[in-house]
Ligand binder design. Structure first.
Ligand SMILES: Nc1ncnc2c1ncn2[C@@H]1O[C@H](COP(=O)(O)OP(=O)(O)OP(=O)(O)O)[C@@H](O)[C@H]1O
Ligand SMILES: [Mg+2]
Length: 322
C-alpha cells in the first residue's frame, strides 16, 4: 500500500532541506516529473521512493484547513472511483514546519511518463489519438452522468489531456475504444454537496501574489471553479489543450470526434455542436490568464528574494510553451 511507504520522517527532512527554486539541489534532492498550472509534481531521490509521484501544497495555515483538504482529497479519489473512473493508488501526508505555512504532500503511484496523455499526443498515430480522445470523452461522461443520478453530491473534473494516462499499452499504441485510462489530477478536489462547493477557493489564492488576488478573484476564480462542472466547457478546454501541446492540427479531428460523440452515444447530455471558433477563442483567453498569472508569480518571487528578503516558498514551473 502506498500509505505504508510514505515516510513522514523523510518528508520532514525533505521539507527542511528543500530549495524551492532548485528542487534538484535540495539537501534531499527532488526530480520534477510534471508541471501543472498551479503545482509541480516530483519524485524524491531517495531509496524506496522512485515509484511515488508527490505534489507539494504549502498553503495551509491551520490544522483544521489541512483536515478539511485531506478529507476532500479522499472523498474525491473514492468518489471518482465510485462513478467508474480509475485513479492511481494515492495517499497524503502533512509536514508542520516551525514557522510558515503547513504543508500537505499528496502522493500517487507513479505512472510511466510515456503513458501520459500529453506525451501520447506526440507518439501516437492520428487514428489512435482520435480513439484516445473518444476514451477520455467516455470517462468524462461517467462523471457527468452521475450528476443526474446523484445531484446532491457531484464532482467537477479537469479533462485536460495531461490529466489522463493509458493504463495498458505502449507509447506507440495500439489504442482501441476499450482502452482503459487512469485519471491523475485529483489534487484539486472539486465536490459540490447540495449545490455548495466544498473546496475553499481562497486556499488556492494563497499561492497568488497578494497584489494580484483581487484581480484573480475578479477575472477568473468563479470561471475556473465552475467550468469543471460543465461537460461542454470541459470538452472545449480539452480540445483547446492541443494548442498548448503544440498540435493544433489535431483540432478538426477532435472536434469531429466530440461532435460525433454528442450526437450519438452522448446524445442524452443535450450538448450543442462545438465549433472551431469557440475552441480558439477559449484558448486565447485561457492562455492569457495563465501566462499573466505565472508572470506575476515570478515578479512576486523576485520581490520576496530581492526586496522583502523573505524566503519564497513555492516551486514555480519554468516558462510553459504555448
Ligand atoms: N502519478 C503520476 N505519475 C507520473 N506522472 C505524473 C503523475 N501525476 C502527475 N504526473 C505528471 O505531472 C503532471 C501534472 O500533474 P497533475 O495534473 O496532477 O497536476 P496539476 O495539473 O498541477 O494540477 P493543477 O493544475 O490542478 O494544479 C501530469 O500531466 C503528469 O505529467
Ligand atoms: Mg493537470
Amino acid at each position: 500500500m502506498l500509505k505504508d511507504v510514505i515516510d513522514p520522517d523523510l518528508l520532514n527532512r525533505f521539507e527542511a532541506g528543500l530549495d524551492p527554486r532548485n528542487p534538484h539541489l535540495s539537501a534531499i534532492s527532488a526530480r520534477i516529473i510534471g508541471y501543472g498550472e498551479m503545482s509541480t509534481i516530483f519524485v524524491i531521490d531517495h531509496p524506496g521512493q522512485a515509484h511515488i509521484a508527490y505534489k507539494r501544497m504549502p498553503i495551509f495555515r491551520t490544522d483544521a484547513e489541512m483536515d478539511a483538504y485531506e478529507r476532500l482529497f479522499e472523498a474525491y479519489n473514492t468518489g471518482l472511483g465510485r462513478v467508474g473512473l480509475q485513479v492511481p493508488e494515492w495517499a497524503s501526508a502533512r509536514v508542520v514546519p516551525k514557522r510558515g505555512n503547513r504543508i500537505v504532500y499528496t502522493a500517487q503511484a507513479r505512472l510511466p511518463s510515456s503513458s501520459i496523455g500529453n506525451a501520447l499526443l506526440h507518439t501516437l498515430a492520428e487514428g489512435s489519438i482520435g480513439l484516445l480522445f473518444g476514451c477520455v470523452l467516455r470517462e468524462l461522461a461517467k462523471v457527468f452522468a452521475s450528476h443526474r443520478v446523484h445531484p446532491s453530491l457531484i464532482f467537477g473534473i479537469d479533462g485536460q489531456i495531461s490529466n489522463w494516462a493509458l493504463k495498458h499499452g505502449r507509447a506507440d499504441g495500439p489504442v482501441t475504444e476499450a482502452s482503459e485510462l487512469w485519471y491523475l489530477d485529483t489534487g484539486t478536489p472539486l465536490i459540490r454537496r447540495d449545490g455548495v462547493e466544498q473546496l475553499d477557493p481562497e486556499l488556492f489564492l494563497r499561492c497568488t501574489p497578494s497584489f494580484l488576488v483581487w484581480l484573480i478573484r475578479l477575472l477568473f476564480l468563479e470561471d475556473v471553479m465552475t467550468r469543471y462542472y460543465d461537460f461542454r466547457k470541459v470538452t472545449i478546454d480539452l480540445i483547446a489543450n492541443v494548442y498548448k501541446e503544440q498540435r493544433p492540427e489535431l483540432i478538426p479531428l477532435l472536434l469531429a470526434t466530440a461532435n460525433r460523440f454528442f450526437a450519438g452515444e452522448g446524445a442524452d447530455f443535450g450538448i450543442a455542436p462545438l465549433a472551431a471558433e469557440e475552441v480558439s477563442a477559449y484558448y486565447r483567453q485561457d492562455a492569457m490568464i495563465w501566462r499573466v498569472y505565472l508572470a506575476f508569480r515570478k515578479i512576486d518571487r523576485f520581490l520576496h528574494r530581492h526586496v522583502l528578503r523573505e524566503p519564497y516558498v513555492y516551486i514555480l514551473p519554468a516558462a510553459i510553451r504555448r
